[in-house]
Write a protein that binds this ligand. Structure first.
Ligand code: S6P
Ligand code: ZN
Length: 201
């Protein structure tokens, strides 16, 4: 017998389903409903991030590299909350280096995160606090648990946009400065037509 959603008076019970304010379209990375926030990173925002800065400076500065859309149901910094978002990272290269996110650590190194791609092909670059750096393949269906103390960056090594969902703590915060200053221990460059993870001397 199906559970009834109606109480004895014919009204809906207090626990009856409510329509969600936010819905997602899993494979396209679309988020519907308010309040969704958005950040767009163009080549102009990524100076000194790629190895060949002269190549980056010579490209169209308005070219979009990636876009992040996220739902912040609680304010940033709220202890114990969760954010849910999606990154769409376009294909492309600066010189021989594949398009990638800026990369960051969480300001609060105890706050972890999940990534899961739904479209495209990429590499997740992770670096621990001793600067030991490694890459994990990202493709639809892979699931990545990012320890709070690991810096993380995503590289698109395919020909299509790389779309991945993420869930992270509202009190994780961002430390971009360390990556901007010291970078990761490796870069992903095209060598003989294939992606190669190359130590960053
Ligand atoms: C947040 C999470 C992602 C990134 C996004 C862009 O903790 O890791 O939403 O913010 O992929 O990368 P970045 O390095 O520019 O923040
Ligand atoms: Zn993160």
């Amino acid at each position: 017998m199906k559970p009834s959603l109606q109480n004895a008076e014919g009204g809906l019970q207090a626990s009856s389903p409510k329509i969600a304010k936010v819905t997602i379209e899993w494979f396209s990375g679309k988020m519907n409903g308010l309040p969704i926030q958005e950040s767009v990173k163009k080549l102009s925002d990524l100076h000194q991030i790629f190895l060949d800065e002269a190549a980056r400076a010579s490209m169209d500065q308005d070219q979009e590299v990636y876009r992040v859309r996220w739902w912040a149901p609680v304010p940033p910094g709220d202890e114990g909350g969760l954010f849910w978002g999606v990154t769409t990272l376009n294909p492309g290269k600066v010189g021989d280096e594949y398009f990638m996110t800026h990369g960051h650590s969480h300001a609060n190194r105890t706050r972890a995160e999940y990534y899961t791609p739904v479209s495209g092909n990429g590499l997740l670059i992770r670096m621990d606090e001793r600067r030991v750096t490694w890459a994990e393949e990202m493709m639809p269906g892979t699931l990545h648990y990012l320890r709070g103390e690991h810096a993380h960056r995503v590289v698109n090594i395919g020909d299509e946009p790389l779309i991945f969902w993420a869930c992270w703590g509202s009190d994780a915060g961002y430390d971009y400065g360390t990556i901007r200053e010291h970078g990761f221990g490796a870069r992903v460059m095209e060598r003989d037509g294939l992606p190669a993870v190359i130590p960053n001397e």
